[in-house]
Design a protein around this ligand. Structure first.
Ligand code: NAD
Length: 336
């Protein structure tokens, strides 16, 4: 039985579908701070199977205990966490408590119930600022905000845990920029309020819920001056979790993988791809650079390909098409 913390969230829900399709038994835990219980209905509609759901907070150790007592959990895929970089700068303690303390409580409960397999949602944000691309798993680490620090600290904690107990099987997945949605249009990314990330923002402009998109900087040393990032379809990302699970199902050890496509697209290229694949116009304006942004970031995916057979299948136009297919029919939460 696999427990997905944060399993009603964006990446967790897509991974839940993939795991059910692979005939894995799953349980979902989420406190619904950034997702809705209806996601469980959508997972059932897509797969024909309703996963068991616990509305529980990671900080509630009794709630965690109950889940481990009632179910034989073999592996945890740990998505739950707060993820808004800007908010983490304003409220670092909220992030340290939720993400780091929450993970400590989860790991203590796992240890108590002898569950020694975990796949952790890390992020490309753990890499330090560098011009050397692509980023490999050995590129220098360094963080610039409290959110990134929570990811790095948790990676280090998991490394220490593996040193102390070699029976642990651990995968650290460093996601690049997940976008896209399930083809059904039933699950996808639906952030509260004003989105922080490019694709949800584009979708809200396309829905006329926001007047225009700000493109931060057009004087970077890139193909058209705008920032380049490695976007990956959330469906590919979900497959990456299934492959990671296969890796540790029968193996101990700690493994770190980048999950990206290895291709970078500029902001303007993404806007054009969105317009072309969806036949809609995106109103945008060039704004000054944002502090802390770098010109280009993309992954080396060689290690994930060689060790777990991961290779992203979807291109940028499919990512844009599926993002819009979800967003155009989905009710938005209070865009202010
Ligand atoms: N989406 C991205 O761009 C991205 C990139 C890199 C890494 N990540 C990481 O991947 C993970 C999943 O991201 P996502 O995009 O699906 O985010 P999401 O917000 O959609 O999902 C996270 C889920 O965790 C839940 N949650 C948060 N704190 C909790 C707590 N204390 N107890 C129980 N549930 C809690 C939320 O309600 C939400 O449903 C996160 O850890 C995030 O930091 C995301």
């Amino acid at each position: 039985m696999i427990l997905l913390t944060g399993g009603t969230g964006y990446i967790g829900s897509h991974t839940a579908v993939k795991l059910i399709e692979q005939n894995e038994d799953i349980i979902i835990l989420d406190n619904l701070s950034n997702s809705k219980a209806e996601v469980i209905d959508s997972i059932e509609t897509i797969t024909g199977k309703r996963p068991k759901f616990y509305q529980t907070d990671l900080l509630d150790i009794d709630g965690l205990e109950q889940i481990f007592k009632e179910n034989k959990i073999d592996c945890v895929i740990h998505f739950a966490g707060l993820k808004a970089v800007g908010e983490s700068v304003e409220k670092p303690l909220l992030y340290f408590n939720n993400n780091i303390t929450g993970t400590i409580k989860l790991l203590m409960t796992m240890q108590k119930y002898n569950c020694k397999k975990i796949i952790f949602s890390s992020s490309a944000t753990v890499y330090g600022t560098t011009q050397v691309m692509p980023l490999t798993e050995n590129s220098p680490l360094g963080v610039t905000n409290p959110y990134g620090r929570t990811k790095l600290v948790i990676e280090e904690m998991l490394n220490d845990l593996h040193v102390a107990d070699k029976e642990f099987g651990i995968v650290l997945l460093r996601y690049f920029n997940p976008i896209g949605a399930h083809k059904s249009g039933l699950i996808g990314e639906n952030p509260n309020g004003i989105p922080n990330n490019l694709m949800p923002y584009i979708c809200k402009v396309a829905k006329c819920e926001l007047p225009q998109l700000n493109v931060f900087g057009n004087d970077y040393d890139t193909v058209d001056g705008t920032g380049v990032r490695d976007y990956i379809h959330v469906e590919d990302l979900a497959v990456g979790h299934v492959l990671s699970y296969n890796r540790i199902k029968t193996n101990n050890g700690i493994y770190t993988y980048n999950l990206g496509t290895g291709n970078g697209y500029s902001v303007l290229q993404v806007i054009k791809a969105f317009e072309k694949s969806n036949d809609v116009k995106i109103n945008y304006k060039i704004a000054p650079r944002r502090a802390g942004d770098v010109a280009t970031v993309y992954a080396s995916t060689k290690k994930a390909e060689e060790e777990i057979g991961f290779k992203a299948q979807y291109g940028i136009e499919e990512m844009c098409r599926d993002s819009w297919n979800f967003a155009k029919t989905t009710k938005s939460y209070n865009t202010k």
